[in-house]
Design a protein around this ligand. Sequence first.
Ligand SMILES: [Cu+2]
Length: 422
Amino acid sequence: MKISTFAATVALLSSSVRASPAPPPPPPPQPEEQTPLESDALADQGLRNLRLFLDAQRVQTACADPPGPPEQDAQQCTLENAAVRREWSALSEKEKKEYIAAVQCLSSKPSQTPSELAPGAKTRYDDFVATHINQTLSIHGTGNFLTWHRYFTWAYEQALRNECGYTGYQPYYNWPKWADDPAQSPLFDGSDTSISGDGAFVAGRNATCIPSPAACNIILPPGNGGGCIKSGPFKDFTVNLGPVAPTASNISSNPLPNGLGYNPRCLRRDISVNASSTWTPDPSVVDLLQQSSTISDFAKTLQGDFPAGFLGVHTGGHFTIGADPGGDLFASPGDPAFYFHHAAIDRAYWTWQNLDVENRMYVVGGSLTVNNMPPSRNTSLEDVISLGFVGVPDVTIRNKVKKWISPSCFVYIAEITAEAAT
Ligand SMILES: [Cu+2]
């Protein structure tokens, strides 16, 4: 793997310095080191487990049945051919710009969603937003939450690659790494190699109440933004769909009650240190990974327990971005930051699976309705995931987990690689 190549090169270089008879030069000033994250160590441990598991399984059996589309069958998943998803800060400037250009490309191509279904979907990017809006109440607080969003993020990655020439994979945003100051992270610093930063400051805003103003169990104070984003590649990005459940005020209403009408407006953010430092620091992610013994526990801790005043890493990550559409449960994929957050969600899911691969690879927990209200049957591995007009085939959860994007079809890497360092 590239990391070990890089580490080995560094080790070799170090030993050759030690072998020199000349006295070693004084050490150069060290950049400020960040304490290694325990959640990253768990991800690494999970990857080692996955490798052992796959070795024991002779790798291919996990991807062997049943048959699917030929282009998917052509390649079986192994750690050697797995897609490597990296933290945004580990990408080179060139890689970041290629990713940004691909998102801009997707948002300039025409939509494939029939206009009678979603008249507001104008671009290929909007096809994803429309699908998420359409299905919101059957994919959150439900047993398919993790697998649905895994497939959705994978489909987006495929569209960037197959329709817009992107050659990398979906990067993630490692919440704990930047929890003390997300606006300074390379993803949100507003530079040309970010996905733009905070919105313009809007004074006089109220705190956000979660789950609703009527039930203010969790209070998030306004941050330093709230308005249209000020700089960076997505400064002129247009949000076309929603809002459906806005948490920001003064957002123009959608012409259709389902939020699928045409409502062009700027992308707003309100980057929240309160949300990130309270709900997504390292101990929160470590607790999530270590204390969740079942898939239901994991999904519930991840998604929060609002009546109990617990926001959870998932909603905490969404409100780290906030505003419109970032703070809208339905329309949140309208902000390109969504996919970085959900790649991180998926990395947490992947890590949790890998910490006990044998027992966690093919499990689902939860029901078909949001928090099981009204009561409904349990989600099954035979349930179908359909992503509307996003452009990928319908799959059953079992089929998808096993063959297309099983944990062995991609790996998540935290540290900088030799490739990115050059
Ligand atoms: Cu979602």
